[in-house]
Ligand binder design. Sequence first.
Ligand code: SAM
Length: 281
Amino acid sequence: MSQIDTLPPLREVIATHQLSARKSLGQNFLLDLNLTAKIARQAGDLTGCDVLEIGPGPGGLTRGLLAEGARRVLAVEKDSRCLPVLAEIAQAYPDRLQVINGDALEIDPLEYLTPPVRVVANLPYNVGTELLVRWLTPKAWPPFWQSLTLMFQREVAERIVAQPGSKAYGRLAILAQWRADARIVLALPPGAFTPPPKVSSAVVHLDALAEPRFPADAAVLSRVVAAAFNQRRKMLRASLKGVSPDIEEHLVAAGIAPTERAEQVSLEAFCALARSLKPLV
Ligand code: SAM
């Protein structure tokens, strides 16, 4: 294994600091620094960017991000056992790594970040989808981030990039693709991690669009898509009955056959339906 910095190899770091992986914290570590540098490169040009990393753990990806030239890395880690290791990395990269010990679901990192900001993380699976949804649904658009480069269970990654007509197509695809360009950039087998998880993983890269791909009111679109996919086997005239008493007319106005099912409806058509239900002024 080649090294990306002068710090010790990660296996040695983990042994020295007795960082046994904890399942409750979703700890599946990446110990190959070539791989973490490769993930960091998927985020695009990091020079001149602040990077928000959630869950640095023993710091493999953190080291990749710093070695790839991130201006600053702000790392939020829940497990205080990792702090001494991260402090060693901070020392090797003076003034470029700030660590916050806390829960990413409770901390607002914005005050610590200077734009442009890229988010890069090998997230714990239970927290990943929740954070992605939050990052995709801020009060105002464009968001604080320019791009998100995130590790997910492969199945979740496929839901993010799914197209109409596939089983994976649903709320997550609509949410992600409405306001971002999303693509899978790397697939990883369980063996890439220590300990290996039960499932395969994939890195998804999302670039924020300056404006949503099609105009629509965010709250209406969200309500329509939730109702449509909650009963995805039903025809839309039935699954969306609760959204409006005139739903058939709105469906027709949006160019959608009322007998269609959610799975077949494009993002553009969902946005047209949201606009018919609530015209944008
Ligand atoms: N980035 C490291 C790597 O690639 O080897 C570790 C990845 S591991 C899948 C997930 C990391 O997120 C762990 O270090 C875990 O302690 C941390 N974590 C879990 N839940 C968290 C939360 N709610 N907020 C912040 N960090 C969390």
